[in-house]
Ligand binder design. Structure first.
Ligand code: BTN
Length: 265
């Protein structure tokens, strides 16, 4: 199995700000944790942290993220947008769209996103994104975008609890993929969509996300802590919230949670 190449990444196309500087680790608890420490120490926007293995990979909603050595990609990026903290969920959506675009290079036409930002191939999760926000006073100090992509993990190596719901690029394409190339594609698409968001706002990013959405037009259930909402997923609000139609004309905004598609009755 090929190791990740920091040298190749550092020499990727000219002008790239994302991935500069790049910190490449063997084993860490969590690249998000490393990113939070570097951000607190003043690391600039664009700093990326990549590891061969995570011993305590963090997932959304306090879950863990399976992070065995040498086969997948674990990447965290430090952002420092000068926007209101309330706009941070838009970055979660932006990151999902950027990852979907990057993975489409290997799997054209079969990549989807389950709101907010689970990236799927043929309805199985290939990538999870965990965005962590740190504030200073009233403003954003940093946003860490942590991305885990199942690249070359085999089906039998996947945690049995998720085996039926998860996949990898290897399982979908039948061949091993160069993780360095995936990391470079992610950084490139993230930089391009982030710059679009900074320049033109969320209205320009939303149409990049919507074509990948696997929930739109489906009856779904969204669970968050003790609350459960059901309805038809009809779109994305101006701030990244999911729009759920509870009954004809009655829309509800959902800000966070885990969505499942309900079987047609
Ligand atoms: C999810 O639950 O879907 C989000 C998973 C996010 C995993 C990535 S791997 C790189 C980064 N470091 C972490 O500890 N978590 C994120």
């Amino acid at each position: 199995m090929t190791s990740l190449s920091g040298e190749t990444l550092r020499n990727t196309p000219a002008g790239g700000r994302f991935g500069r500087p790049l910190h490449l680790f063997g084993s860490v608890e969590s690249t998000n944790l490393e990113a939070l420490k570097l951000a607190a120490a003043g690391a600039p926007e664009g700093t990326a942290i990549i590891a061969e293995e995570q011993t305590a990979g963090r997932g959304r909603l306090n879950r863990t993220w399976q992070s065995p050595p040498g086969c997948n990609l674990y990447l965290s990026l430090i952002l420092r947008p000068a926007v209101e903290p309330a706009a941070a969920p838009q970055l979660t959506i932006m990151a999902g769209a950027a990852v979907a675009k990057a993975l489409t290079r290997w799997c054209p036409g079969i990549v989807g996103i389950k709101w907010p930002n689970d990236v799927l191939i043929r309805d199985r999760k290939v990538c999870g994104i965990l965005t962590e926000l740190r504030l200073s006073g009233e403003g954003i100090s940093s946003v860490i975008v942590g991305i885990g992509v199942n690249v070359n993990i085999r089906r039998e190596e996947l945690d049995p609890a998720f085996r039926d719901a998860a996949t990898s690029l290897l399982e979908e394409t039948g061949t091993e993929t160069d993780r360095t190339a995936v990391a470079a594609a992610l950084l490139e698409e993230l930089e391009s969509l982030y710059d679009l968001w900074i320049r033109e706002g969320f209205d320009a990013v939303r149409p990049q996300w919507l074509p990948y959405s696997v929930l739109t037009g489906k009856r779904i259930r969204v669970a968050f802590q003790d609350e459960v909402e059901e309805g038809m997923a009809v779109g994305l609000d101006a701030d990244g919230a999911l729009l759920l139609e509870k009954s004809p004309g009655a829309l509800r905004r959902v800000l966070a949670g885990d969505a499942t598609i309900l079987k047609e009755s």
